[in-house]
Design a protein around this ligand. Sequence first.
Ligand code: GLA
Length: 409
Amino acid sequence: MLSNDGGFISRLIIWLLVVVVAGTAHAARIHLPKNTSVVNGRPSLLSNGLGLTPPMGWNSWNHFGCKIDERLIRATADAMVSSGLAGLGYKYINIDDCWGELNRDSQGHLVPKASTFPSGIKALANYVHRKGLKLGIYSDAGIQTCSKTMPGSLGHEEQDAKTFASWGVDYLKYDNCENTGIGPKERFPKMSKALLNSGRRIFFSLCEWGQEDPATWAPSIGNSWRTTGDIEDNWNRMTNNADQNDNWASHARPGAWNDPDMLEVGNGGMTKEEYRSHFSIWALVKAPLLIGCDVQSIDRATFELLSNKEVIAVNQDKLGIQGRKVKKYGDLEVWAGPLAHKRVAVILWNRGSSPSNITAYWSDIGLQPTTIVDARDLWRHSTQSGVKYQLSAQVESHAVNMYILTPHA
Ligand code: GLA
């Protein structure tokens, strides 16, 4: 009698476990295949080892839209090297939408547009690889891309991933238009798996605009995921994207980054201080740093912003922890995040319309109350030694002060 009851109870427990596990898998509704590995305690389909720090490079969309051709891509690669930007880490040369013919060929392959990319993508990849750079390309998890000028990869994931690999592509941005109403959690993992099967390590950048909270499911299938709609070259849009992206800070980690969209620095719609804010915040929150202006004719002010090694080092810090908004006093904000060697990166951001004093208290930025630090100002390139309790500064309208605080031993 007793042993029968025990048998019943253990069967009941097993049944309950099965129900809970099945329920959790169903709730996540993400379609991971059987050979999924586990990375940092989480199931990971995408063990490609890429993006241990956020990707840096250039993308054609923000400045050129569909007006792209192979000459532009080659000239941009040349300019990235000759300007010194490539040497600072900006390695990816990413072609966005509009590089292909409207239709696939008779075997179903994507075809580079003959009028604008006559030499083909493989030739371009060879060109940028010879310069020590990497080539990125764009497709869409739907039946057409957002421009509707070329096919998407929905239903052709394996074939397209193999095509990209055979061309020597290093990065895929994968968009969300014309998706026939199928959910992104079903469409995006297919391409992730196809890229893994392609025989080449390809950085996978998901672009479903933050619609289904990708931070909660994309880390296991992608190296980055958009958390927002498209950025525009204006203050409101840039600040909105920064705020929206901030909601997902805890989900980012090496190999898997939140993406508030590409940089607009240098495109002319914001002031120098607004662009400085844009670049500083993107660096602190470990966003991909993808330049979106015309680097062939980059001006001195834009170059000075994009080439600040101390700010880039915050973005590329090996801890890979996303900095976040830690305090807000109306339009005055403090953003901060930990860096390797017990250092802390801090931004005092004045989003208001007049100059104001902003203070970061140690308790808000994760320092012990008695800690004494040296505060390095990353834009003025000067150091204040022996700072205690708090850091205060007068910050101009729409501007930032950005620091690394190094505790005394
Ligand atoms: C979408 C993406 C953009 C860009 C365009 C191209 O809007 O979010 O970043 O790739 O498509 O058509």
